[in-house]
Design a protein around this ligand. Structure first.
Ligand code: SF4
Ligand code: SF4
Ligand code: SF4
Length: 180
């Protein structure tokens, strides 16, 4: 296992981008190559900073306030009475925690949601909010980093497959449109 992979193992895998990188693996790669500090992950907070400091024999640092603050666990909740079924929240969710179809009500699967917030900005009617996980009617534990990583890989694989299928379909249509 490379150093970057060992670092990535210690990150929460929410892919929230609050560290300023495009996900946990790019942040891990930047730490491994000494391009950034170990204190930029709010979801991991002090636990992650301590683990990184121990792994890398680096000095422990306080969480960088430019990246945000560590909060108690939150989950996204969709106000289903206002959801217009536009599906814009589906692609940004790194762990595919939102279910719904075009022009149908969407909902968040609490057990899978990491609270990364990536679904909130794309919603055109602002019907997604974050609530403390502890306030859910049926509170469930936060998903583990390993579960998040597996779901993120499955998400990426699905997105790549869909892109390849779209490209192949476009190619077929272009060929069919060419004059004989
Ligand atoms: S969980 Fe931490 S390391 Fe991963 S993207 Fe978010 S801030 Fe960056
Ligand atoms: S539902 Fe929203 S907050 Fe929850 S994991 Fe998906 S994108 Fe992140
Ligand atoms: S982006 Fe908002 S309105 Fe569109 S499907 Fe998602 S929750 Fe509903």
């Amino acid at each position: 296992m490379s150093l970057a992979e060992s670092i990535d193992e210690l990150l929460p895998q929410t892919q929230c981008t609050r560290c300023g990188y495009d996900g946990c693996a790019p942040y891990a790669a930047a730490i491994a190559s000494h391009r950034t500090e170990i204190n930029r992950c709010p979801p991991g907070g002090e636990t992650t900073i301590d683990a990184l400091a121990a792994l890398l024999s680096r000095q422990r640092l306080p969480l960088d306030p430019d990246c945000g603050v560590t909060t108690s666990a939150v989950v996204a909740v969709i106000d289903e009475s206002r959801c217009i079924g536009c599906t814009k929240c589906l692609p940004p969710c790194p762990v595919d925690a939102i279910v719904g179809a075009a022009r149908r009500m969407h909902t968040v699967l609490n057990d899978l949601c990491t609270g990364c917030e990536l679904c909130i900005a794309p919603c055109p009617v602002d019907c997604i909010t974050l609530v403390p996980r502890a306030q859910l009617g049926r509170p469930s534990p936060e998903p583990s980093a390993n579960a998040n990583r597996q779901r993120f890989h499955a998400h990426n694989t699905r997105i790549e497959r869909l892109a390849a299928e779209r490209a192949a379909l476009l190619d077929v249509k272009k060929r069919a449109a060419r004059p004989a």
